[in-house]
Write a protein that binds this ligand. Structure first.
Ligand code: CAA
Length: 259
């Protein structure tokens, strides 16, 4: 796999790849180059059958402090209108394999929005989530107003986005934004542990689960149930489904091959 400047790619054992945002001097601010690299990495991992789950982290100190404010300040309205960044965000959102965000320290603005592109968020006890764009005279630009409200509800999302106040890991857990809290130094390891567990499951079923869960965010219950039913029927034609059922009946561990 190729190497990048703003992100580090670490292919681990057992079907997991760890992507680390790597601009510590700017608190991992998401400049366009970083987003382009992230999008390219996800596109590459999409076609890499050896990778079944991705861990996304900023390391032990900070997840990401949002869009690069210096870069944004140099762009006028035309620049923002013609910006290539929405294209990169869209390809991150469209990545079909599960992503687990391991979040330590600040996840602000675009950083908080990036965590919400993950399927599962594991937070270090030092994590802080916020949408402070209002303090800059702007609003969230990568889905914050839409995804946060669907995740934590109107009351907390409105408070966070209108005041710019951060929430800590405990509040994020009780609000349903994060799935688990760990010690900061254990956060990435715990995310990898969960990713390795997911990577052992049948890949096509895992991807259909992700698609169905995401579908529930943007459709009616009846359309969502139809989507789930179609996915369920489609999976009935896979080798892995036959293997999973046979392995259970034969009291052995299944061997899934993604077919
Ligand atoms: N963009 C560019 N540079 C940033 C940055 C950002 N978002 N956040 C931090 N940096 C830089 C600082 O300018 C500073 O650089 P210098 O050393 O060259 O001065 C360096 O990172 C360290 O920052 P601080 O000294 O401020 O570090 P801190 O630990 O005291 O504070 C922080 C950390 C709370 C994250 C603070 O830096 C901060 O508030 N950052 C901005 C957060 C923000 O407003 N994010 C929203 C951006 S807009 C957005 O994201 C829009 C969108 O939806 C897509």
């Amino acid at each position: 796999m190729k190497t990048y400047d703003d992100i580090l790619i670490d292919k681990l054992e057992n079907g997991v790849c760890c992507i680390t945002l790597n601009r510590p001097e700017a608190r991992n601010a998401l400049r366009t180059q970083l987003l382009a690299e992230l999008s390219d990495a996800f596109n590459t991992l999409n076609f890499d059958d050896s990778i079944r789950c991705v861990v996304l982290t900023g390391g032990e100190k900070v997840f990401a402090a949002g869009a690069d404010v210096a870069e944004m300040a140099s762009m006028g309205m035309m620049g923002i209108m013609q910006d290539e960044r929405p294209k990169y965000w869209a390809s991150i959102a469209a990545f079909p394999k599960p992503v687990i965000a391991a979040v330590n320290g600040y996840a602000l603005g675009g950083g908080c929005e990036l965590t919400m592109h993950a399927d599962i968020i594991i937070a270090g006890s030092n994590a802080q989530f916020g949408q402070p764009e209002i303090n800059l005279g702007i609003i969230p630009g990568a889905g914050g107003t839409q995804r946060l409200i669907r995740t934590v509800g109107k009351a907390l999302a409105s408070k966070m986005i209108l005041t710019g106040e951060f929430i800590n890991a405990d509040t994020a857990l009780s609000a349903g934004l994060v799935a688990e809290i760990t010690q900061p130094e254990s956060c990435i390891d715990r995310a990898i542990e969960l990713a390795q567990k997911i990577a052992q499951k049948a890949p096509l079923a895992v991807q259909q689960v992700k698609a169905a869960l995401n579908k529930s965010y943007e459709t009616s219950l009846s359309d969502g149930l139809n989507f789930e039913r179609e996915a369920f029927v489609m999976l009935a034609g896979t080798d892995d489904r036959n293997e999973g059922l046979a392995a259970f009946l034969e009291k052995r561990k299944p061997e899934f091959n993604g077919k």
